[in-house]
Design a protein around this ligand. Structure first.
Ligand SMILES: NC(=O)c1ccc[n+]([C@@H]2O[C@H](COP(=O)([O-])OP(=O)(O)OC[C@H]3O[C@@H](n4cnc5c(N)ncnc54)[C@H](OP(=O)(O)O)[C@@H]3O)[C@@H](O)[C@H]2O)c1
Length: 241
């Protein structure tokens, strides 16, 4: 039986690249989306064209109902889980004192509670398969990004949740995180944003979603690594000049 992956927010952007990259590596893929049914179906069609099984499932990862629906389809259609990728995320610029209570709760619910709920709903399947989990954080998990205050706090929480998950799920399930630098600027990003991101990286270039895909596969295939974060940022976090 083929290995199976679940990618949250797997229909668009980086999540789409992860879904397709895992299919190319031989995984059947459950493509979770929140509000992108057309994109999710397109990813499913492409995965099926590669000869792997795929299913698109709508579900809000910030709610138990949404997560349970995704897990139910996973059980019914695939009956196993080798790799959970917690990719779904909200990325909203907001200075700390300008964050509204509702926005704070929403960002925490999607970015931090979502991966917890998703693990809870699939832990038995991951355990059976001796599977792995990869959580997508970013450099704000360790740096105080004041322009993205609630986002940064949520990713710091997810980084620590990665370590708690790794301890709690050992020895059968390994849990790691990836902290990409700029691999795919927001769709509405201006040229100045891209240029700043390019210059901030020691390697002088933006990354690509494929840099993340390679790291997901590396972590999945590395049996002695758990509770770690791999920074994939072209040297941006080195600082200096
Ligand atoms: N892009 C980068 O350069 C970069 C850099 C560092 C870290 N990362 C991390 O890598 C991951 C992917 O990045 P990205 O830029 O592709 O992210 P993104 O475009 O901000 O969002 C990814 C997906 O999250 C989904 N999502 C949002 N709320 C959801 C919910 N309540 N339930 C289920 N899905 C939900 C959306 O799905 P729908 O479209 O279906 O609504 C969206 O397509 C994120 O965790 C991000 O923090 C990205």
């Amino acid at each position: 039986m083929a290995r199976t992956a679940l990618v949250t927010g797997g229909a668009r952007r980086v999540g789409r690249a992860i879904s397709l990259g895992l299919a190319e590596a031989g995984f059947d893929v459950l493509v979770n989306h929140h509000a992108s049914p057309g994109d999710a179906q397109d990813v499913v069609d492409r995965i099926e064209a590669l000869g792997q099984r795929a299913v698109a499932v709508q579900g809000d990862v910030s709610t138990s109902d949404g997560v349970e629906r995704v897990a139910a389809v996973l059980r019914e259609r695939f009956g196993r889980l080798d790799l959970l990728v917690n990719n779904a995320s909200l990325f909203q610029p907001r200075r700390l004192l300008e964050v509204e209570e509702e926005e704070w709760d929403r960002v925490m619910a999607v970015n931090l509670k979502g991966p917890f709920l998703m693990l809870k709903a699939t832990a038995d399947l991951l355990d059976q398969a001796e599977g792995t989990v990869v959580n997508l954080v970013d450099l704000s998990a360790t740096q105080p990004w004041t322009e993205y205050a609630h986002h940064a706090v949520s990713k710091a929480g997810l980084l620590h949740l990665t370590r708690v998950m790794a301890r709690a799920m050992a020895p059968r399930v390994r849990v790691n995180a990836i902290a990409p630098g700029s691999v795919l600027p927001p769709d509405d990003a201006e040229d100045a944003y891209r240029e700043r991101s390019r210059r901030a990286a020691a390697l002088g270039t933006l990354g690509t979603p494929e840099d993340v895909v390679r790291t997901v596969l590396f972590l999945h295939r590395s049996p002695f690594i758990t509770g770690e974060v791999v920074v994939v940022d072209g040297g941006r976090s080195l600082g200096g000049r």
